[in-house]
Design a protein around this ligand. Structure first.
Ligand code: S3P
Length: 425
């Protein structure tokens, strides 16, 4: 267990930072390469524990890999999976468990997926139900892991999801890859679409019409996949750069898929100085560099269609709002309670300890700014990497040092976090 102390940044944050690989895209790269016959090359693969859980799951399904260096690996596949001889451990990773549910439901073998304490508390009915409609069969512990999946013949469905969730959408689409007929998913707002982009890039029969995505049984091609930087990791530096006086940062190689860039829209609405430079494309995904400068910020309202486009950034956006003049209201974000922790309760409780004026609502929070964060307290991380990093950013502007308990959770998505922060000093 690693507790760390953070004190007010006396220097401005200046410099150039290479943003580490995207977690969502890294998971998909491994999964889809494992389904493609031949040798795939994945470049810039995440060092986070979550994508490594996906890699370990595929080892138990007979898929071999070879790391050429820390972030480059080859995946070798016959284009089909082998029956596992032991449980598939998804660790802390919701993306692994929910997307694998789609992949495993239509196989010719049975499998069991388990997760850690936090993952075992997260809701799985959202994927069990559509898979059952496709003819799949999954046993759970009242909607939670462990999940026992019985290999079944699946048929396509036209599924209308009540929630905008890329994990649900991807689960159904991946099951559709092995199902008879056409499988469609419609969601209330468009969630991250990395599955659709990468499946198309690898030759699958995918069509998108507004909020509806359809797929038919397809063989995937083994190709090179270059993973871009993670805007959800960049978010901590975006907020730090905006609130630490005189900062001026360039964040290199950031994924700019519009289904993920809600944070940039919020920063612009708040009057923050943000500029996108050198836009380009990588494996079908838009990518660019982001320049961010210390800014005087004003509050804004956040809700509706933008929520899935910034869902993982809301804890650090809460920190940002404490430094913006006026009342920031976040609503329609009830699903934040189902993440690695109940992120609404957790961020409200911990930021209050530091001195923020923040109140919890059923589906979000309300923040009155600009508040000096007093600090001088201990804060908890709730087994949640994004909580840990958000609190670190708050510590950079707190008047007195804060002690962050169990900071090691950061390794789930961003093991490089502290060394990148230190590189700016
Ligand atoms: C993810 C989707 C989101 C996000 C998670 C990663 C993905 O979850 O919060 O960190 O890779 O598909 P939901 O689909 O549950 O919103």
């Amino acid at each position: 267990m690693t507790d760390i102390r953070v004190s007010k940044s006396l220097n401005s944050l200046r410099g150039i930072i290479e943003i580490p690989p995207d977690k969502s895209i890294s998971h998909r790269a491994v999964m889809f390469a494992a389904l493609a016959k031949g040798k795939s090359l994945i470049k810039n693969f995440s060092s986070g524990a979550d994508p490594h859980s996906t890699l370990d799951v595929f080892l138990r399904l007979g898929i071999r890999h070879n790391f050429i260096d820390e972030k480059t690996l080859e995946i070798f596949s016959e284009g089909k999976l082998q029956a596992p001889t032991m449980e598939l451990d998804c660790g802390n990773s919701g993306t692994t468990m929910r997307l694998m549910t789609g992949i495993l439901a239509g196989q010719k073998f049975d499998s069991v997926m388990v997760g850690d304490e936090s993952l075992s508390k997260r809701p799985m009915r959202r994927v069990i139900e559509p898979i059952a409609l496709m003819g799949g069969e999954i046993l759970s512990q009242e909607g939670h892991a462990p999940l026992k999946l019985f290999g079944r013949t699946l048929h396509g469905i036209d599924y209308v999801s009540k929630i905008a969730s890329a994990q649900v959408k991807s689960c159904v689409l991946l099951a559709g890859l092995f199902a008879d007929g056409v499988t469609s998913v419609t969601e209330p707002f468009v969630s991250r679409n990395h599955t659709e982009i990468m499946l198309k890039y690898l030759g699958a029969d995918v069509t998108v019409e507004g909020k509806k995505v359809s797929i038919s049984r397809s063989a995937l091609a083994a190709r090179e996949i270059d993973v871009c930087g993670d805007i959800s990791s960049a978010a901590f530096f975006i907020v730090a750069g905006l609130i630490v006086p005189d900062s001026d940062l360039i964040l290199k190689n950031v994924g700019l898929n519009p289904t993920r860039t809600g944070i940039l829209d919020v920063v612009q609405k708040m009057g923050g100085q943000v500029e996108v430079l050198d836009e380009r494309e990588s494996a079908g995904e838009p990518v660019g560099d982001i320049r961010i400068k210390y800014s005087q910020l004003k509050s804004c309202d956040i809700g509706g269609e933008i929520i899935p486009r910034l869902i993982d950034e809301l804890p650090v956006i809460a920190v940002l709002a404490t430094q913006a003049e006026g009342k920031t209201v976040v609503k329609d974000a009830g699903d934040l309670r189902n993440k690695e922790s109940d992120r609404i309760a957790a961020i409200v409780c911990e930021l209050k300890k530091i001195g923020a004026e923040i109140e919890e609502t059923q589906d979000g929070f309300v923040i009155n700014g600009k508040t000096p964060l007093k600090g001088g307290v201990e804060v908890e991380t709730y087994h949640d990497h994004r909580l840990a990093m958000s609190l670190y950013v708050a510590g950079l502007v707190a008047q007195k040092e804060i002690l962050i308990k169990d900071f090691q959770w950061v390794d789930i998505s961003f093991p490089e976090f502290l060394s990148l922060i230190d590189s700016l000093d």
